[in-house]
Design a binder for this molecule. Structure first.
Ligand code: ADP
Ligand code: ZN
Ligand code: ZN
Length: 736
């Protein structure tokens, strides 16, 4: 009998495939189909075609539809997602479908409508905005946006105004603007930048080492501080690899707000190679479009955030993961994968090299480099000869001496920069505390009613907000606990600092950059432009400012409120703080001006600060590694965390108890060495109204954890309590 049973992956929370008859539709492996499922229709992917089913054939239903014009998913995608589903304990069908652009998860044909990008013509560039009548506000807005950007996509324009099409039509008609079809490479209106920097010795060595053998799996770690020329190495590497063959390169970056800059740099430096971006701020149709260009092999370079790690690339020859230590590579819901680790796995499957780059590698990565699992390449100095490392000084605030959290030394240093016409950056660790509302009589602090967290004061809006669940309320006029009307914000948030500085340095132009002030899509880009244009004297911001941005006139970085991370119960807090401080320090003195970093702390002699002073990542990580070895934390241990939450904590407790008992049984049966801890409440006991609990398991081998999970998780899925409790398994968890 001919093979006619289709094994289909569906987006349902069961870790199995579903059997269907092909109903004469001649479906193929890798094809998208529509099937009846319960009373609904669902999209599925044909994973296999076989001749027998365990279900009596009379009971099988037939698929309803195939999408014949769409390219098929390839074997590599199946293998990679199968691996991830197993490793991260997530249903295969859900993993497979979640890796697709939304449009491909819908039961309609996914036609990728042609997309266009728009730019000004020479005629348009020669115009002044006054030439457009003031009443044509949309057209003015579109025009000035086009002047600022070399090109704008449809989604960027839609973001500007719902009526952009009409305005654009007018500008196309009078010859000011032009449209080009968004096709990889053809949409590159960036001016090619053909300067050929002469690589320094370290860069040459790194490049040659990697290029020596690009025909097999080889993990490389490129370690060099910010500004040491890592990106330049990526560019040369891509150039060399793509010049040889009709290959493709995947470049992963941690955060969306870094992609546009890197994208622009790659486009101008690599003008010959079609490039597409893949990240979540693209519109659905752009994402589908770019994904298809990757799938067809037309896009030679794909640059994207973590979800891009699953982009189909038939000719993939090299993977680069920039800032590999960054926590945003880890997906925090659904399948909780780590994109850097998935990238490593993908490179291994394909037998190609992968390059990880960082100034402060994750300890796991560093450990792999020290034990020769990865090949270590170092860039020792800053690439631009004149750029020197900033000097780092600590301001001891253990005996007080600060006013509203700012020490006079720091304020004086900012005043000096202001007088010299140089810029300063005042950095607050996001994990440090934001201003809370405190009652001076009874010490009541405004709590969130849904989370075990404190509400943050947003003075401008007159509201209290929870940064964990989004809950908001009005600032009360008196203390709900004792009736005292004297409630005041305590602690330093960005808004409060901004106000404080405005009072201390009234002549300074201050710009606050945080999640609130950058909510609008292009807000950050616009703000950064004002910094570059020297329209800002002092930047106040959170970690958004720590990364990647290059401000030549910025010579002072002040850091406040880091101490809580020094003594955090989270064993990764010190590692993160060090990485973050190295990164902010890297903002000071990038060009030819020497930079200075001032850090306020009550613990100036802490080992972390000593290592930071000399920017000695290697020494600091050595100390951290020996600590981790003694305390048996990663990379010397492998962890999995069961997260559970419900409205009623008793349910969580019962579920976790069952989970712990059954895990221990399995461990005992197998005689394996996995430690199953007692269930605990996480630091954030309640979140969004849900009561939470954790169960941690750990072992000294990855394999042991995996074997336990494989035998244990199916039992959790089958448990009746499990249906009432929201739970998820987090393999290699980063947050606790
Ligand atoms: P990283 O990615 O490590 O932060 P970049 O590659 O961005 O470093 O380099 C930092 C700066 O130094 C950039 O402005 C870059 O153009 C410049 N640069 C890099 N390599 C060289 C080189 N060999 N000679 C001169 N300038 C260089
Ligand atoms: Zn009170
Ligand atoms: Zn809350």
């Amino acid at each position: 009998m001919a093979r006619h049973i289709l094994k289909i992956a569906l987006d349902v929370p069961l870790d199995r495939l579903f059997d269907y008859l092909d109903g004469g539709l001649a479906a193929q492996v890798g094809q998208r189909v529509v099937v009846p499922f319960g009373r609904r229709k669902q999209v599925g992917i044909v994973v296999d075609i076989v001749d027998k089913s365990d279900v009596p054939e009379a009971k099988l239903k037939a698929i309803l539809q195939t999408f014949v014009d769409e390219p098929l998913l390839d074997k590599e995608a199946f293998a990679l997602l199968r691996f991830c589903a197993d490793y991260y304990q997530y249903p295969y069908g859900q993993a497979l479908l979640a890796a697709l652009p939304t449009r491909l998860r819908q039961t309609e044909p996914a036609i990728s409508r042609k997309q266009h990008v728009y730019s000004l013509t020479d005629l348009g560039r020669a115009q002044e905005i006054e030439a457009i009548p003031a009443r044509k506000a949309v057209q003015r807005r579109v025009f000035s946006a086009l002047r600022k950007n070399e090109q704008l996509s449809e989604s960027a324009l839609a973001e500007l105004s719902g009526g952009w099409r009409k305005a654009m039509q007018a500008m196309l008609e009078n010859g000011w603007a032009q449209a080009s079809e968004l096709l990889a490479g053809l949409n590159n209106t960036h001016k090619p930048d053909l300067v050929q920097l002469e690589l320094n010795q370290d860069q040459v060595r790194a490049l040659q080492a990697i290029l020596k053998d690009t025909q097999k799996f080889k993990p490389w770690l490129l370690h060099g501080i910010t500004g040491s020329g890592k990106t330049e190495v990526y560019i040369r590497l891509i150039q060399a690899v793509l010049a040889q063959n009709d290959d493709q390169v995947l470049v992963l970056v941690p955060e969306i707000n870094l992609t546009p800059q890197l994208e622009a740099r790659f486009r101008s430096r690599l003008p010959d190679f079609p490039l597409v971006a893949l990240h979540s701020s693209l519109s659905e149709s752009e994402r589908l479009h770019n994904w298809r260009l990757a799938q067809s092999g037309q896009a030679k370079i794909v640059i994207g955030t973590r979800l891009a790690v699953f982009a189909p690339m038939p000719n993939l020859r090299l993977v680069i993961a920039d800032e590999e230590h960054d926590g945003s590579y880890k997906q925090q819901d659904g399948m909780r994968y780590h994109a850097r680790d998935v990238a490593l796995m993908r490179a291994k499957h394909r037998d190609i090299p992968i390059l990880l780059g960082s100034a402060t590698p994750a300890l796991e990565t560093w450990h792999n480099a020290l034990t020769d699992k990865y090949n270590l390449l170092k860039l020792a100095d800053r690439a631009v000869a004149k750029a020197v490392l900033p000097s780092i000084r600590y301001i001891d605030v253990s005996k007080g001496g600060t006013h509203d959290g700012l020490s006079p030394i720091l304020v004086e240093a900012m005043r000096e920069r202001l007088a010299k016409g140089e810029q300063s950056l005042l950095f607050i660790n996001r994990r440090g505390y934001a201003p809370v509302l405190l009652c001076s009589a009874c010490n009541w602090i405004a709590p969130c009613s849904r989370c075990s967290s404190r509400l943050v004061v947003h003075l401008k809006q007159g509201r209290l907000c929870c940064h964990h669940c989004g809950h908001e309320e009005k600032i009360p006029r008196q203390c709900p606990s004792c009736g005292n009307p004297d409630l005041h914000p305590t602690g330093h948030g960005t808004q409060r600092l901004e106000q404080l500085l405005a009072a201390l340095l009234p002549e300074a132009r201050i710009l606050r950059v945080d999640r609130d002030s950058t909510r609008r899509k292009d807000a950050l880009t616009d703000m950064l432009a004002t910094v570059h244009a020297d329209e800002v004297d002092i930047l106040v911001g959170t970690q958004m400012l720590a990364k990647g941005h290059d401000f030549p006139n910025l010579t002072l970085v002040g850091v406040i409120d880091t101490d809580s991370a020094l003594f955090s119960p989270d064993f990764r807090a010190a590692e993160r703080l060090f990485a973050q401080l190295m990164q902010v320090a890297g903002r000071a003195g990038r060009a030819d001006k020497a930079g200075e970093v001032l850090i306020q702390t009550a613990f100036p002699d802490h080992a972390l600060f000593n290592a930071l002073r000399v920017q000695d990542y290697a020494a600091f990580s050595e100390a951290l590694l020996s600590e981790r070895k003694i305390t048996q934390f990663p990379p010397y241990a492998f962890m999995a965390l069961l997260r559970a939450e419900a409205n009623d904590f008793a349910l969580v407790q019962r579920f976790l108890k069952f989970a712990a008992d059954s895990a221990r049984e399995i461990v005992a049966e197998m005689g394996s060495h996995v430690m199953v801890y007692d269930p605990v409440r996480p630091q954030m006991e309640r979140l969004k109204g849900m009561e939470r609990g954790h169960l941690l398991m750990q072992a000294d081998s990855r394999q042991a954890v995996q074997v336990l999970l494989r035998n244990w998780v199916p039992g959790l899925r089958g448990n009746a309590l499990g249906a009432k409790v929201r739970w998820a398994v987090d393999v290699d968890p980063l947050e606790f």
